[in-house]
Design a protein around this ligand. Sequence first.
Ligand code: NAD
Ligand code: UDP
Length: 338
Amino acid sequence: MKTVLVTGGAGFIGSHTCVELLNEGYDLVVVDNLCNSDACALDRVQEISGRTLDFVRADIRDSAALNDIFSRYSINAVVHFAGLKAVGESVAEPLKYFDNNVNGTVVLLQAMQRHEVFNIVFSSSATVYGDPASLPIKEDFPLAAVNPYGRTKLIIEQILFDLGKSDSRWQSVLLRYFNPVGAHPSGLIGEDPNDIPNNLMPFIAQVAIGRLQELSIYGGDYATPDGTGVRDYIHVVDLAKGHLAALSHIVQTPGTVAYNLGTGQGYSVLEMVKAFAAAADKPVPYKIVARRPGDAAQCYADPALAAEKLGWRAELGLERMMEDTWRWQSQNPQGYRQ
Ligand code: NAD
Ligand code: UDP
């Protein structure tokens, strides 16, 4: 498991995972088309780790480019982050999502098969549980897609289950992320959305830095302690370390296995706003508006299976998530575009 191909490695979660993989001694090849990221993130990854990686700017749907990578490097495993992730856009442009995420993964898996690379760690999401009937969410809960983005994750999971059944050489770990937030403690890499953020944490951070005026809190009348939505926020460095655990585990587990990566602890939107304002020592103006269609009241993981089987658990708490986000945002007010 020496050389790992990281797809989407210039992105938010990919860049943090590259740091942890390099620190652990893996050699990395990153393939990314930079449709939602900046190559500068990879320079920073190398600066933090003090190691180099090889970067190929290419689309995972480009079969020839992938063939070239698998021919040039002796790849042992793939960590597959590349994908589009905006729920609203996926509703408006489903074909874009099926092409990029599903077709992109099929092209990647075909290239892997051709070059006899059968180990893959895939970025799935808690969205595959749809609207869960109870909490906390366990891996054996029923799966459902509630939007085209979620459907791409579900389809890719099913493809990996089918591959595992078709040929015992395939070994896939599906990591179902809950809500990744935070940034590397160096303040050098973090989340840098292209447009106005859809997600809560980058939105709050951009309000605090003055790029956005005010946070709209979607719904104040949920059946939660303070009426605002509750989610399982996980520090991106903890999440990145979950991929190390998955890679060391993958060789011992044939077939396809899914794990929740979350903390098991839910926080409300108002708790998040308060914690961020305290860490940044800045006010975060907000107003409570109508619910966002499709949002669940609460969502949090049962992370026991990952602890038991992968020996992984989240270690960083809310305060670190906030401090590290603020360090990244205040040191890079415009993200990577300085
Ligand atoms: P991101 O957009 O920051 O990173 C994705 C990277 O993939 C980007 O660098 C982008 O340029 C690249 N990419 C996209 N399509 C590509 C293609 N066809 N070819 C090559 N590169 C391509 O997103 P992220 O937050 O780091 O998410 C990484 C993965 O985790 C995604 O698959 C996402 O769906 C999944 N995920 C994210 C979250 C979250 O809240 N951030 C939650 C659950 C799952
Ligand atoms: N949210 C909000 N305002 C925003 C963005 C998000 O109130 O501008 C809320 C959202 O309703 C949910 C929580 O914050 O309760 C997390 O939303 P996010 O989009 O970050 O992640 P999701 O859980 O929807 O994937």
